[in-house]
Design a protein around this ligand. Sequence first.
Ligand code: SF4
Length: 634
Amino acid sequence: MKLLLINPRFPESFWSMKWAIETFAPRVRSVNPPLGLATLAALSPDDWDVEIVDENVEPVPLDTDADIVGVCGMGVQFERQKELLGYYRSSGKFVVSGGSYASLCPEKYETLVDTVVSGEAEHTWPAFCRDFAAGTPGRLYREGNTVSLAASPPPRFDLLDPSKYAWMTMQFSRGCPFRCEFCDIIVMFGRRPRTKPLEQIGRELDALRALEVRNVFFVDDNLIGNPKAAKQLLRYLIEYQRIHDYRFRFGTEASLNMAYDPELLALFREARFAWVFIGIESPDEGSLKEAGKLQNLRQDMMASVREIYRHGIDVTAGFIVGFDNDTTDVFDKQYEFVVEAGIRRAMIGLLVAMEKTPLYERLQNEGRLVPDRISSDNSKLTTNVIPVGMTNDQMITGYRRLYHRLQEYPAIATRIRNKNRYLRNPVSGDARPLREVLGIVGRLVRHVVGQAGLPGLYHMVRSIPLLKPELIPQVLVDWIHELSTRDYIQRHFAQESDRDSQLARSHLARIRESLGQYLQRGRLRVALDHERRAASELRFCMSGRLDPAFFRRAAQQLETMLRDTKASLLLQIEEFDARELHLLKDMLHRLGRYGDRIRIAADDASRRIIEIDSSVFTLVMTPIGESSTLRRAV
Ligand code: SF4
């Protein structure tokens, strides 16, 4: 039996770290691998042939001889998950959906798939595999309880390519004892933390060691949900690290109460945890009370963050704006807290109500959900929550401005300096050769000077702690992360101004002029769509036989437009001639660096010839036979 498991492409967000990865780690394609699929592979029968395709690092196959195609997904991946499920189903495959969104909302998949696997999969997936092999697969396999993690086998790390990820992942526990109103974790995993046996953690680390992995992210939503078990884990890790020459560097997520326990903090540091992600959410006590985030209120939050720094652990943190308690002054409060606490990579999101959470239920009862808006991505300029303390426009404007302020050079430098006052002896990555370090510094400096001139460089230099040289590697990492967030904000949070759309129109005119003969012959259709997107989208439809001059001019014009404007591109390809493949590939190669702004749609036959890398471009996966509808798009 052949099983193909697919992790759909994520929409780009702060988490993607696109600029940092492309500039400093070009072999890496994504931050984390799909751990859930590696676990599912381990739960599959031994004699099944399992393949994992992560669309974030490699293209999905258009043709597969798999008997089953399983597509997982979180809420943010739902649109792509739907598209992939539709495509493989239309090609006659048996398709199965799973992942966290199918666990929360299995009803959404009823008409999309042959089987839905919902909830923790340790028992339901083997049951599905048995039934499928017997020719009697069910429609829905739903785990109604929480499972013991002793039943969770070591993931099939061997099916992943660690060199493509910044951090490999592991899981120790599921569940969190707290009651944050907006949280879907406790809806899925419950409030009683369950943990894996320590010997299993050892086996998983052995497997990662064999793959020469060094950076490991414990994906637990709250690693210290059960503090006693967390301490046992940390002691185990300390011993493991001692025996194996301290080869791993860890990161994880935990609640802020970790700062209240000095023994716990010391164990984290000794086990070589370099950073922890904490849900701080808001410096405003009223907002925290409203959200039920009471664990953050037991001690002064600023003091807690600094206490963690003092133990050599860096803090990245999540923040939310848009609570009922929030008014327009919340943006200044958030800004001041983030800067003063020196939080790196502050992930600030709008409050969104995820389905099945207590928040969703409450707002639904109050009639305060925007109808028909699914909202599971809190890193965009939209939410399904109707705010009460300010208007929606005030909230979006304040949110956008907050991010822009935080990513200004003086604010980045001040944050780093504020952190460095407290950070002691952090865990650093592997020592790199001097030449490599100088190369990184050179690229950083060039970028800063190119973007912000000498004033930008001044702020970078003033953040370097010359009296604490042991912190300098961390400062460089901070700058790389901050500039990556800045790059994302500039590309995604900027409003298209009249000037921008005017610029896009003048590029359209140039394209028409340069490629006029192909327009006249009906080989090309172009149009600009301002309607449906935050920025204009150029629709560029190529049809039938074209010549080298066309591809050369088109590549140049499109590249210039993508470089000089915020516009995105829909590239439609119809009746493609295979003899022109090398010309099209050259053109796509030039456009690849703007891949996140490019959607490519092609009819069935053309799609097969071209073999578009769907991890670079968004390949529109219309069901087989439906591609002709694309003709109407331009
Ligand atoms: S602490 Fe984190 S994981 Fe736990 S309930 Fe709150 S948001 Fe959810």
